[in-house]
Ligand binder design. Structure first.
Ligand code: ZN
Length: 301
């Protein structure tokens, strides 16, 4: 059993905003951190791939324990233990001092991932206990980036460094024991408790009016697109796509950006900003969505 990692919706949201407005420095940073985090998690998934056959791996769990919400990057369940992973894709030089984490170049303190790990560990332990299990949890902070260095870290910290990852995974492969029925049941319970999407905090600093309208190129994310009959072509990179597909992509993007707005022919016509008659949009929407209501109150779902 395996719970796959889904691309966070916030990434798609920021990608779309990036082409449609001037992002503030704060949002650019957020975009960068999200991308980095996502890349790091994917890199770690690659390491664990071989283990997936005889263990249970649950990724991206959002759980609640003691009225506190917490997130787990990866959880590996094998016969003897639950391995809890906090994945970090930090790059560059860092140092450890008095239980704190600093960037080496500017001495700026950053959140200590060990503290974060301890919190998750404790909340998970309580949850597992409530569910009636007593299986040991082994927590790890994993630094996946080969360009990461940490100075002055004490030996006892539960850290897996980039240079140790291969060895670590090998030792897991050798030493793990068979998953038992009770572990499968535990995994099923955790998946059932997983809260969907609620981690997805909306970025509220944009409005419909300030965003540039038009269809984004699926290849290069540029907005300069000409539409001819049933095809569209990107003026920047030359990529062509069927109008149907491009409009459907834009509808999904619209839904992500404005979940509170209703999908109507007029809205999507304005959003896609294609020349020609509105009928073309209506035809595509009719084909792929369900029309609800009549006349001016009608919308698609
Ligand atoms: Zn393009």
């Amino acid at each position: 059993m395996y719970k796959k990692r889904k691309k966070p919706p916030e990434l798609a949201l920021l990608k779309s905003l990036n082409s449609r407005m001037e992002l503030s420095d704060e949002m650019k940073l957020r975009d960068y951190n999200h991308k980095k985090g996502w890349e790091g998690e994917r890199r770690f998934d690659d390491y664990l791939r071989n283990l997936a056959q005889n263990s249970i791996i649950l990724n991206d769990l959002l759980l609640q324990s003691n009225q506190t919400t917490f997130q787990i990057d990866s959880l590996l369940i094998e016969g003897e233990a639950l391995h809890l992973y906090e994945i970090k894709n930090y790059e560059g030089d860092f140092y450890y001092e008095n239980d704190r984490f600093y960037k080496k170049n500017n001495k700026v303190e950053i959140n200590n991932p060990i503290t974060q790990l301890k919190r998750t560990d404790s909340l998970l332990r309580q949850l597992i206990h409530q569910l009636g299990y007593s299986i040991p949890i082994v927590p790890h902070v994993v630094f996946v980036n080969q360009k990461f260095t940490l100075y002055q870290a004490p030996l006892h910290l539960p850290i897996i460094y980039p240079t140790q990852l291969n060895r670590y995974v090998k030792s897991l492969e050798m030493n793990r024991t068979q998953v038992k029925k009770q572990h499968t049941t535990l995994a099923e319970k955790l998946i059932a408790l997983h809260m969907n999407e609620s981690s997805y905090r909306r970025i509220s600093s944009y409005t419909y009016d300030e965003l540039k309208k038009g269809i984004l190129c699926d290849k290069c994310n540029s907005l300069i697109i000409s539409a001819e009959r049933s095809m569209i072509k990107c003026d920047a990179c030359g990529y062509t796509e069927s109008l149907d597909k491009a409009v459907l992509r834009s509808v999904e993007e619209f839904k992500l950006l404005f979940p509170e707005r209703k999908i109507t022919t007029k809205e999507i016509y304005d959003w896609c900003l294609i020349s020609g008659e509105m009928r073309r949009i209506k035809r595509i929407l009719d084909k792929h969505y369900r029309l609800i209501g009549v006349h001016q109150w009608a919308y698609y779902e």
